[in-house]
Design a protein around this ligand. Structure first.
Ligand SMILES: [Zn+2]
Length: 96
């Protein structure tokens, strides 16, 4: 199973049993390195997949683009109360 939401999660079930792995995190694909020396992650490493392909990553990137390209981000900024920091995931969905 793979979940994509604010982060990226996953689990592996084999023969009806959850595969935990040596450290209890088997299937935790959101923290697999995807970009060498990439963006820092809350897990303490860099370049994890969820830094690039999660809801939180989408909001972070949208806020940055809205801040740097305000003229093109009018709808998104208005949904976020006029400030890039106000933009939430629900606003991205609505704008799309
Ligand atoms: Zn991580």
């Amino acid at each position: 199973m793979v979940t994509v939401g604010t982060g990226i999660g996953g689990g592996i079930i084999i023969d009806g049993k959850l595969l935990r792995g040596a450290h209890g995190a088997a299937g935790e694909i959101g923290h697999m390195n995807s970009v060498p020396d990439g963006l820092p992650c809350a897990c303490g490493r860099n370049g994890c997949a969820e830094q690039y392909a999660s809801g939180n990553a989408l909001v972070r990137d949208a806020r940055a683009l809205a801040a740097s390209r305000r003229g093109e981000a009018g709808l998104l900024l208005s949904l976020g109360g006029g400030m890039p920091e106000g933009v939430q995931g629900v606003h991205l969905t609505k704008a799309a």
